[in-house]
Design a protein around this ligand. Structure first.
Ligand SMILES: NC(=O)c1ccc[n+]([C@@H]2O[C@H](COP(=O)([O-])OP(=O)(O)OC[C@H]3O[C@@H](n4cnc5c(N)ncnc54)[C@H](OP(=O)(O)O)[C@@H]3O)[C@@H](O)[C@H]2O)c1
Length: 252
Protein backbone atom coordinates (compact mmCIF):
# COMPACT_ATOMS: atom_id res chain seq x y z
CA UNK A 1 0.00 0.00 0.00
CA UNK A 2 1.26 3.47 -0.89
CA UNK A 3 1.50 5.81 2.12
CA UNK A 4 1.99 8.98 0.08
CA UNK A 5 -1.44 10.58 -0.15
CA UNK A 6 -3.08 8.02 2.16
CA UNK A 7 -5.41 8.73 5.07
CA UNK A 8 -4.30 6.98 8.24
CA UNK A 9 -5.82 6.55 11.68
CA UNK A 10 -3.60 5.73 14.67
CA UNK A 11 -4.94 4.57 18.04
CA UNK A 12 -3.24 5.27 21.37
CA UNK A 13 -1.40 8.50 20.52
CA UNK A 14 0.16 10.14 23.58
CA UNK A 15 3.24 11.98 24.73
CA UNK A 16 6.47 10.18 23.82
CA UNK A 17 4.75 6.94 22.90
CA UNK A 18 4.82 4.82 19.78
CA UNK A 19 1.49 6.21 18.58
CA UNK A 20 3.05 9.67 18.50
CA UNK A 21 5.96 8.38 16.40
CA UNK A 22 3.51 6.67 14.02
CA UNK A 23 1.53 9.88 13.56
CA UNK A 24 4.68 11.95 13.01
CA UNK A 25 6.23 9.52 10.52
CA UNK A 26 3.02 9.11 8.55
CA UNK A 27 2.94 12.87 8.07
CA UNK A 28 6.64 12.86 7.17
CA UNK A 29 5.97 10.16 4.57
CA UNK A 30 3.35 12.28 2.86
CA UNK A 31 0.06 10.94 4.23
CA UNK A 32 -2.66 13.33 3.12
CA UNK A 33 -4.42 13.11 6.48
CA UNK A 34 -3.63 11.50 9.82
CA UNK A 35 -6.24 10.97 12.50
CA UNK A 36 -4.48 10.76 15.85
CA UNK A 37 -6.78 9.15 18.40
CA UNK A 38 -6.63 8.56 22.15
CA UNK A 39 -8.85 7.94 25.12
CA UNK A 40 -7.29 11.14 26.50
CA UNK A 41 -7.16 13.27 23.32
CA UNK A 42 -5.97 16.32 25.29
CA UNK A 43 -2.53 14.68 25.53
CA UNK A 44 -2.02 14.61 21.76
CA UNK A 45 0.53 17.14 20.60
CA UNK A 46 1.44 16.32 17.00
CA UNK A 47 1.30 19.21 14.52
CA UNK A 48 -0.78 18.56 11.42
CA UNK A 49 -3.01 15.73 12.71
CA UNK A 50 -6.76 15.62 13.26
CA UNK A 51 -7.47 14.63 16.84
CA UNK A 52 -10.27 12.19 17.69
CA UNK A 53 -11.47 10.57 20.91
CA UNK A 54 -11.28 6.77 20.69
CA UNK A 55 -11.32 4.42 23.67
CA UNK A 56 -10.84 0.73 22.81
CA UNK A 57 -13.27 -0.26 25.57
CA UNK A 58 -16.02 2.15 24.57
CA UNK A 59 -18.11 1.21 21.50
CA UNK A 60 -19.69 4.64 21.17
CA UNK A 61 -16.31 6.37 20.77
CA UNK A 62 -15.19 3.74 18.23
CA UNK A 63 -18.35 4.02 16.14
CA UNK A 64 -18.19 7.81 16.21
CA UNK A 65 -14.53 7.74 15.12
CA UNK A 66 -15.41 5.37 12.25
CA UNK A 67 -18.11 7.85 11.12
CA UNK A 68 -15.84 10.89 11.41
CA UNK A 69 -12.85 9.15 9.80
CA UNK A 70 -14.78 7.44 7.02
CA UNK A 71 -11.99 8.21 4.53
CA UNK A 72 -9.40 6.11 6.40
CA UNK A 73 -7.40 3.69 4.26
CA UNK A 74 -4.73 2.69 6.81
CA UNK A 75 -5.70 1.68 10.34
CA UNK A 76 -2.81 1.47 12.84
CA UNK A 77 -3.93 -0.49 15.90
CA UNK A 78 -1.26 0.71 18.31
CA UNK A 79 -3.14 1.28 21.59
CA UNK A 80 -2.66 -1.30 24.30
CA UNK A 81 -2.45 -1.55 28.07
CA UNK A 82 -0.13 -3.34 30.41
CA UNK A 83 0.10 -3.23 34.16
CA UNK A 84 3.49 -4.25 35.48
CA UNK A 85 3.41 -6.98 38.10
CA UNK A 86 0.78 -9.14 36.42
CA UNK A 87 1.03 -12.91 36.62
CA UNK A 88 -1.46 -15.75 36.28
CA UNK A 89 -1.19 -17.38 39.68
CA UNK A 90 -1.61 -14.40 41.96
CA UNK A 91 -2.59 -11.56 39.66
CA UNK A 92 -5.89 -9.74 39.91
CA UNK A 93 -8.44 -11.36 37.57
CA UNK A 94 -9.98 -7.97 36.82
CA UNK A 95 -6.63 -6.67 35.59
CA UNK A 96 -6.28 -9.77 33.39
CA UNK A 97 -9.75 -9.25 31.97
CA UNK A 98 -8.94 -5.60 31.31
CA UNK A 99 -5.76 -6.58 29.45
CA UNK A 100 -7.68 -8.95 27.17
CA UNK A 101 -10.62 -6.58 26.83
CA UNK A 102 -8.27 -3.83 25.65
CA UNK A 103 -5.52 -5.63 23.74
CA UNK A 104 -7.63 -8.32 22.06
CA UNK A 105 -11.32 -7.39 22.08
CA UNK A 106 -10.67 -3.64 21.99
CA UNK A 107 -8.49 -4.03 18.91
CA UNK A 108 -11.17 -6.28 17.41
CA UNK A 109 -13.90 -3.68 18.10
CA UNK A 110 -11.87 -1.12 16.15
CA UNK A 111 -11.22 -3.57 13.27
CA UNK A 112 -14.94 -4.43 13.06
CA UNK A 113 -15.94 -0.76 12.99
CA UNK A 114 -13.35 0.12 10.34
CA UNK A 115 -13.65 -2.97 8.12
CA UNK A 116 -16.50 -1.43 6.06
CA UNK A 117 -14.54 1.85 5.85
CA UNK A 118 -11.49 0.01 4.52
CA UNK A 119 -13.64 -2.00 2.12
CA UNK A 120 -14.52 1.30 0.42
CA UNK A 121 -10.87 2.38 0.21
CA UNK A 122 -8.95 2.01 -3.03
CA UNK A 123 -7.62 -1.56 -3.12
CA UNK A 124 -9.13 -2.40 0.28
CA UNK A 125 -6.68 -0.40 2.40
CA UNK A 126 -4.51 -1.83 5.16
CA UNK A 127 -4.34 -2.61 8.86
CA UNK A 128 -1.17 -2.57 10.95
CA UNK A 129 -1.51 -4.35 14.30
CA UNK A 130 1.16 -3.53 16.87
CA UNK A 131 2.02 -6.76 18.72
CA UNK A 132 4.94 -7.74 20.97
CA UNK A 133 7.72 -10.32 21.21
CA UNK A 134 6.08 -11.16 24.55
CA UNK A 135 3.55 -13.06 22.38
CA UNK A 136 6.30 -15.65 21.89
CA UNK A 137 7.99 -15.53 25.27
CA UNK A 138 7.27 -14.88 28.93
CA UNK A 139 8.67 -12.69 31.66
CA UNK A 140 7.56 -12.55 35.28
CA UNK A 141 5.48 -9.44 35.67
CA UNK A 142 4.39 -9.33 32.04
CA UNK A 143 2.83 -12.76 31.69
CA UNK A 144 -0.78 -11.69 31.24
CA UNK A 145 0.18 -8.89 28.86
CA UNK A 146 2.20 -11.48 26.88
CA UNK A 147 -0.76 -13.85 26.69
CA UNK A 148 -2.99 -11.04 25.46
CA UNK A 149 -0.44 -10.23 22.75
CA UNK A 150 -0.26 -13.94 21.79
CA UNK A 151 -4.04 -13.87 21.32
CA UNK A 152 -3.73 -10.63 19.35
CA UNK A 153 -1.06 -12.24 17.14
CA UNK A 154 -3.33 -15.20 16.41
CA UNK A 155 -6.25 -12.85 15.76
CA UNK A 156 -4.08 -10.77 13.41
CA UNK A 157 -3.28 -13.85 11.34
CA UNK A 158 -6.94 -14.87 11.26
CA UNK A 159 -8.10 -11.38 10.28
CA UNK A 160 -5.63 -11.41 7.39
CA UNK A 161 -7.54 -14.36 5.95
CA UNK A 162 -10.97 -13.00 6.87
CA UNK A 163 -10.29 -9.61 5.24
CA UNK A 164 -8.55 -10.96 2.15
CA UNK A 165 -11.87 -11.06 0.28
CA UNK A 166 -12.22 -7.28 0.47
CA UNK A 167 -8.55 -6.75 -0.40
CA UNK A 168 -7.55 -5.35 3.01
CA UNK A 169 -3.91 -6.10 3.74
CA UNK A 170 -3.05 -6.98 7.38
CA UNK A 171 0.46 -6.54 8.77
CA UNK A 172 1.56 -7.59 12.27
CA UNK A 173 4.43 -5.68 13.90
CA UNK A 174 6.38 -7.70 16.49
CA UNK A 175 9.26 -6.28 18.55
CA UNK A 176 10.77 -6.52 22.02
CA UNK A 177 11.80 -3.11 23.32
CA UNK A 178 11.34 0.35 21.83
CA UNK A 179 12.52 3.40 23.71
CA UNK A 180 9.14 4.97 24.35
CA UNK A 181 8.65 6.91 27.57
CA UNK A 182 6.73 4.07 29.26
CA UNK A 183 9.23 1.38 28.20
CA UNK A 184 12.19 3.46 29.41
CA UNK A 185 10.48 3.89 32.79
CA UNK A 186 9.77 0.15 32.96
CA UNK A 187 13.34 -0.81 31.90
CA UNK A 188 14.83 1.59 34.46
CA UNK A 189 12.61 0.12 37.17
CA UNK A 190 13.73 -3.47 36.54
CA UNK A 191 17.40 -2.92 35.66
CA UNK A 192 18.44 0.52 36.91
CA UNK A 193 18.62 3.79 35.06
CA UNK A 194 19.97 3.43 31.53
CA UNK A 195 21.16 -0.17 32.12
CA UNK A 196 19.21 -1.55 29.17
CA UNK A 197 19.89 1.33 26.77
CA UNK A 198 22.10 -0.82 24.55
CA UNK A 199 19.27 -3.24 23.78
CA UNK A 200 16.44 -0.76 23.44
CA UNK A 201 15.73 0.17 19.84
CA UNK A 202 14.84 3.73 18.87
CA UNK A 203 11.06 4.01 18.32
CA UNK A 204 11.66 5.88 15.04
CA UNK A 205 13.55 2.87 13.69
CA UNK A 206 10.78 0.40 14.56
CA UNK A 207 8.06 2.66 13.17
CA UNK A 208 10.09 3.11 9.98
CA UNK A 209 10.42 -0.67 9.52
CA UNK A 210 6.72 -1.14 10.20
CA UNK A 211 5.69 1.47 7.63
CA UNK A 212 8.13 -0.01 5.10
CA UNK A 213 6.40 -3.35 5.77
CA UNK A 214 2.98 -1.82 5.12
CA UNK A 215 4.23 -0.29 1.87
CA UNK A 216 5.72 -3.65 0.83
CA UNK A 217 2.56 -5.58 1.76
CA UNK A 218 4.42 -7.73 4.33
CA UNK A 219 2.26 -9.95 6.53
CA UNK A 220 4.65 -9.59 9.47
CA UNK A 221 7.49 -7.25 10.45
CA UNK A 222 10.06 -8.28 13.06
CA UNK A 223 11.18 -4.94 14.46
CA UNK A 224 14.22 -5.86 16.53
CA UNK A 225 16.67 -8.63 17.42
CA UNK A 226 14.58 -9.73 20.39
CA UNK A 227 11.62 -10.47 18.13
CA UNK A 228 13.85 -12.37 15.72
CA UNK A 229 15.27 -14.48 18.59
CA UNK A 230 11.88 -15.04 20.22
CA UNK A 231 10.38 -16.29 16.95
CA UNK A 232 13.36 -18.55 16.22
CA UNK A 233 13.16 -19.99 19.76
CA UNK A 234 9.61 -21.23 19.21
CA UNK A 235 10.94 -24.23 17.32
CA UNK A 236 13.22 -25.16 20.29
CA UNK A 237 10.31 -25.88 22.62
CA UNK A 238 9.02 -23.59 25.38
CA UNK A 239 11.60 -21.38 27.02
CA UNK A 240 11.76 -17.76 28.01
CA UNK A 241 13.93 -15.74 25.70
CA UNK A 242 13.29 -12.71 27.89
CA UNK A 243 14.40 -14.51 31.04
CA UNK A 244 17.61 -15.74 29.42
CA UNK A 245 18.27 -12.36 27.97
CA UNK A 246 17.47 -10.54 31.23
CA UNK A 247 19.70 -12.93 33.17
CA UNK A 248 22.59 -12.03 30.86
CA UNK A 249 21.93 -8.31 31.09
CA UNK A 250 21.00 -7.97 34.71
CA UNK A 251 23.84 -9.95 36.26
CA UNK A 252 26.17 -7.71 38.32
N1 LIG B 1 7.54 0.12 24.00
C1 LIG B 1 7.90 -1.14 23.83
O1 LIG B 1 9.05 -1.53 24.06
C2 LIG B 1 6.93 -2.14 23.29
C3 LIG B 1 7.36 -3.46 23.08
C4 LIG B 1 6.50 -4.36 22.47
C5 LIG B 1 5.24 -3.95 22.06
N2 LIG B 1 4.85 -2.67 22.31
C6 LIG B 1 3.52 -2.28 21.86
O2 LIG B 1 3.61 -1.05 21.17
C7 LIG B 1 2.43 -0.26 21.39
C8 LIG B 1 2.78 1.08 21.95
O3 LIG B 1 3.67 0.94 23.02
P1 LIG B 1 4.10 2.18 23.93
O4 LIG B 1 5.40 1.84 24.52
O5 LIG B 1 3.94 3.44 23.17
O6 LIG B 1 2.96 2.07 25.06
P2 LIG B 1 2.31 3.19 25.97
O7 LIG B 1 3.28 4.29 26.21
O8 LIG B 1 1.75 2.46 27.13
O9 LIG B 1 1.14 3.75 25.06
C9 LIG B 1 -0.02 3.00 24.88
C10 LIG B 1 -1.13 3.90 24.47
O10 LIG B 1 -2.32 3.11 24.42
C11 LIG B 1 -3.32 3.85 25.07
N3 LIG B 1 -4.42 3.06 25.60
C12 LIG B 1 -4.44 2.19 26.64
N4 LIG B 1 -5.68 1.73 26.84
C13 LIG B 1 -6.46 2.32 25.91
C14 LIG B 1 -7.84 2.27 25.59
N5 LIG B 1 -8.70 1.53 26.31
N6 LIG B 1 -8.29 3.00 24.56
C15 LIG B 1 -7.46 3.78 23.82
N7 LIG B 1 -6.16 3.89 24.09
C16 LIG B 1 -5.66 3.16 25.12
C17 LIG B 1 -2.63 4.58 26.18
O11 LIG B 1 -3.44 5.63 26.64
P3 LIG B 1 -3.34 6.20 28.15
O12 LIG B 1 -2.12 7.08 28.15
O13 LIG B 1 -4.61 6.92 28.33
O14 LIG B 1 -3.17 5.00 29.05
C18 LIG B 1 -1.38 5.04 25.45
O15 LIG B 1 -1.62 6.22 24.73
C19 LIG B 1 1.55 -1.11 22.30
O16 LIG B 1 0.67 -1.90 21.52
C20 LIG B 1 2.55 -2.01 23.01
O17 LIG B 1 1.96 -3.19 23.49
C21 LIG B 1 5.65 -1.76 22.91
Amino acid sequence: MKLQGSTALVTGVGAGNLGQYFAQQLIARGAAKVYATARRPGLINVPGVEVLHLDLTNDATIEKAARLAADTDLLVNNASMFEAGDNFLHGDLEVMQRAFDTNVFGTLRVVRAFAPVLARADGGGAILNVLSAMAWSNFQGLNVYGASKAAAWSMTNALREELAGQGTQVTGLVFGMAGTRSMRDFADSIAGRGALDAVITAPEEIVDMALDGVEAGSPEVLGDQLAIEAKAALSDGPRSVYAEWAAKLLQP
